[in-house]
Write a protein that binds this ligand. Structure first.
Ligand code: 3Y8
Ligand code: NAP
Length: 247
C-alpha cells in the first residue's frame, strides 16, 4: 500500500500523524499556497501536479495505491482532478471532508453562492468589514471600495493590494477571545467568510454571534460524487487499519 494525501488543512495534518503512526507508506502533498507550510511526519511534496494528466502520471510513477482527498472544501479544482485521475488510473479515492457549519438560531447569516454575491451583499453605506477569505479572492471587493476593510492572510502580502486595507498576517487556527478582541478593537460591523467547517476557523463565527454581527457566508462549491468521510478514524478504517483514536 502507498497512500497519497492531498492535504493543506488541519484535518489533513491529523490524518498524516495517524498514517505515520500506523507505519503506512504515504506521501503528503501541499498545493504550495504558503511560504512555510507546517512540517509533516511523512515525505512531503509541494505544488501542482499539472492537471488531471499530471496527477494520473504521478499516481502511476509513484506506485500510489490509495488517494485521500483531504483538501479544504473550497479546493474544488483539486478535488475534481482527484476524482478524474483516480477514475483514469483505477485507484481508490476517499475524501476526508468536514461538515459545513450549521447556522445557529441567533446567527445572522446572509448565505451567498460565491464571492461576487458576497460583494453585492455588503451595504451601500460605508462600513467596516472583515474579509476572512484569504488573499486569492479579495480582488472583487475593489468594486465596493467605500468600506474600510480588514483582511487576514497566512503570509504578508507580496504584491500591492487591489484596494486600501488593513492586513492581519496570521496562519490560525484561531480562538474565540482573540477573534472577539480583534472584531471589537477594529469596530468590525460585517464579516465575510467561507463555510469551511472545522474548528480552525469557526471562532470568528462564534464571535460574530456573540457580538450580534452579520456574517456573509459563502457556501461551498458543488463537488462530484465520491466516497466521503468526516473523521480520520474512518479514513484509517478505509485503509484497513485500526487507529489509536479508538472507534
Ligand atoms: C497551504 C497549511 C493548520 C493551519 C491552519 C483549517 C484551519 C487555519 C481556516 C480566517 C480563515 C482561509 C485560509 C484558512 C483556514 C486553517 C489551517 C485553515 C482560512 C493553511 C495552509 C495552507 C493554507 C492555504 C490558505 C489559502 C487560503 C486559506 C487562509 C500551512 C495555513 C482563508 C480559507 O495567502 C494565501 O494564498 C492563502 C491561501 C488557500 C484561502 C484562499 O483561497 O486564499 N488557506 N492555509 C495549503 C497548501 O499549500 O496546500 O501553511 O501550514 C492551512 C489552514 N488554513 O494546519 O492548522 O481549517 O484547517 N486558511 C477559508 O476561507 O476558510 C482562514 O482567516 O478566519
Ligand atoms: P484549488 O483551487 O482547488 O487548486 C488549484 C490547483 O492547485 C489544483 O488544480 C492543483 O494544481 C493545485 N493544488 C491544490 N491543492 C493541492 C495539493 N494539496 N497538492 C498539490 N497540488 C494542489 O485549491 P485552493 O483552493 O487554491 O487550495 C490550495 C491548497 O490550500 C489546497 O491544498 C487546500 O487544501 C489548501 N487550503 C485551501 C483553502 C481554501 O479556502 N481554498 C483553505 C485552507 C487550505 P494542478 O492542477 O497543477 O495539479
Amino acid at each position: 500500500m502507498r497512500a497519497l494525501i492531498l492535504g493543506g488543512i488541519a484535518d489533513a495534518s491529523l490524518l498524516a500523524a495517524e498514517i505515520a503512526r500506523a507505519g503506512i507508506d504515504a506521501v503528503y502533498s501541499y498545493g504550495g499556497r504558503t511560504r512555510a507550510p507546517a512540517d509533516q511526519p511523512l515525505p512531503t511534496r509541494v505544488g501542482g501536479f499539472g492537471g488531471v494528466g499530471g496527477l494520473a502520471d504521478y499516481i502511476k510513477r509513484e506506485a500510489i495505491t490509495h488517494v485521500i482527498d483531504a483538501t479544504h472544501p473550497f479546493a474544488a479544482e483539486m478535488s475534481r482532478n482527484a476524482v478524474e485521475a483516480c477514475a483514469q488510473t483505477g485507484k481508490p479515492l476517499i475524501a476526508l471532508e468536514r461538515a459545513p457549519w450549521a447556522r445557529a438560531p441567533d446567527d445572522s447569516w446572509i448565505e451567498v453562492g460565491d464571492v461576487a454575491a458576497a460583494v453585492a451583499a455588503l451595504p451601500e453605506a460605508p462600513t467596516r468589514a472583515f474579509l476572512a477569505i484569504g488573499r486569492q479572492h479579495i480582488a472583487p471587493f475593489a468594486a465596493r471600495s467605500q468600506h474600510a476593510y480588514t483582511l487576514r492572510f497566512v503570509d504578508p502580502p507580496d504584491a500591492p493590494l487591489p484596494f486600501a486595507a488593513d492586513v492581519i498576517v496570521s496562519r490560525g487556527p484561531f480562538v474565540l477571545d482573540g477573534e472577539l478582541e480583534m472584531l471589537r478593537n477594529r469596530g468590525i460591523a460585517w464579516i465575510v467568510a467561507r463555510n469551511s467547517g472545522g474548528d480552525g476557523a469557526r471562532a470568528k463565527i462564534d464571535a460574530a454571534r456573540m457580538l450580534g454581527l452579520p456574517v456573509i457566508m459563502i457556501s461551498r462549491p458543488r463537488l462530484p460524487e465520491r466516497p466521503r468521510v468526516e473523521s480520520v478514524a474512518d479514513v484509517m478504517q478505509w485503509l484497513g487499519h485500526r487507529t489509536c483514536l479508538g472507534a
